[in-house]
Design a binder for this molecule. Structure first.
Ligand code: NDP
Ligand code: 8X3
Length: 214
C-alpha cells in the first residue's frame, strides 16, 4: 500500500517543493491551498510520470468548517494519512508594534496558529486510531528569535514551536512522530505576500546575503 502525505499550502514555496520531493519518494499526495488552478497544475505535473496519485483540495485553513468538510471526509482510499505537513502560513506586513495593522495580525494568527490547529484536530484522530503517523510542522527561526518589526509573525512561529512540543507529548502514547522544521529566510513568495505584491520591496529582503531556496 502506498503511503499518503497531506501537505497544506502546496501552491507555492516550501509546500510545492515538499510535494515534489515526496512524489519522488512515491507518496500519494493530498495537496491543499486556496489557488485552485495551481493545485490542478500541480496534480497534472506530479501525476505525469504515472507513478503517484494527487488529490487537490481547495480551501482556506482559517475556516474550520471548510477544513472539516474537506479533510474530515476524505474520499475512499485517501483516509489514512501517514504524513501531515502543516506548511500553510504567511507573514503580513512588517511594522513596529505601535503601528501594526490589526487585520494583518488577525491573518497571521488565524493562518499560522489556528489553521495549523484546525488541520491537526481533523487529521490526528485517524492517526491515533491507527497508532501511526508523522506530523511535520513548518516553524521558523522566527520561532526561536525575534527581529525588529517581526513581532506578531515571530509570535505565531513561537506558538508553532510550543504546539509542536505539546503535540509531540500528547501523541507520543500513540506512536505518532512530531517534527518541527525551523528554516531561516528562504526566497519563496513569502516576502511578496508579506509586502502585498510589492516585488521591489520583497526583493530588498534578500539583498546582502544568500537566502535558502524552497
Ligand atoms: P509562500 O508564500 O511561497 O507559500 C505559502 C503557502 O501557504 C501557499 O501555498 C499558500 O497557498 C498557503 N497559504 C497561505 N495562507 C493560506 C490559507 N489561509 N489557507 C490555505 N493555504 C494558505 O511561502 P513559503 O513557502 O515561504 O511559506 C511556507 C511556510 O514556511 C510558512 O508557514 C512560513 O511561515 C514558513 N517559513 C518561511 C520562510 C521563508 O523565509 N520563506 C522561512 C521559515 C518558515 P494559497 O495562497 O494558494 O492559499
Ligand atoms: C521566515 C523567516 O526570518 O524572514 O519565517 O522571519 S524570517
Amino acid at each position: 500500500m502506498k503511503r499518503i502525505a497531506l501537505i497544506t499550502g502546496a501552491t507555492a514555496g516550501f509546500g510545492r517543493a515538499i510535494a515534489e520531493q515526496l512524489a519522488g519518494e512515491n507518496f500519494d499526495l493530498i495537496v491543499t491551498g486556496r489557488r485552485r488552478e495551481r493545485l490542478e497544475e500541480l496534480k497534472t505535473t506530479l501525476e505525469a510520470a504515472g507513478k503517484i496519485r494527487v488529490l487537490p483540495l481547495c480551501f482556506d485553513v482559517r475556516n474550520y468548517e471548510e477544513v472539516k468538510s474537506n479533510l474530515g471526509n476524505l474520499p475512499a482510499g485517501w483516509e489514512k494519512v501517514d504524513v501531515l505537513v502543516n506548511n500553510a502560513g504567511l507573514a503580513a506586513g512588517l511594522a513596529p508594534i505601535h503601528q501594526g495593522d490589526v487585520d494583518d495580525w488577525e491573518r497571521m494568527i488565524d493562518t499560522n496558529i489556528k489553521g495549523l490547529l484546525y488541520v491537526t484536530r481533523t487529521i490526528a484522530p485517524g492517526m491515533t486510531e491507527r497508532k501511526s503517523g508523522h506530523i511535520i510542522n513548518i516553524g521558523s527561526i522566527a520561532g526561536r528569535e525575534v527581529y525588529p518589526a517581526g513581532n506578531v509573525y515571530c509570535a505565531t512561529k513561537h506558538a508553532v514551536r510550543a504546539l509542536s512540543q505539546a503535540i509531540r507529548i500528547d501523541l507520543n502514547p500513540y506512536k505518532i512522530r512530531v517534527t518541527l522544521i525551523a528554516p531561516g529566510a528562504a526566497e519563496t513568495e513569502f516576502s511578496l505576500v508579506r509586502f502585498k505584491g510589492d516585488q521591489e520591496r520583497a526583493d530588498q529582503v534578500y539583498q546582502g546575503f544568500e537566502p535558502l531556496v524552497a
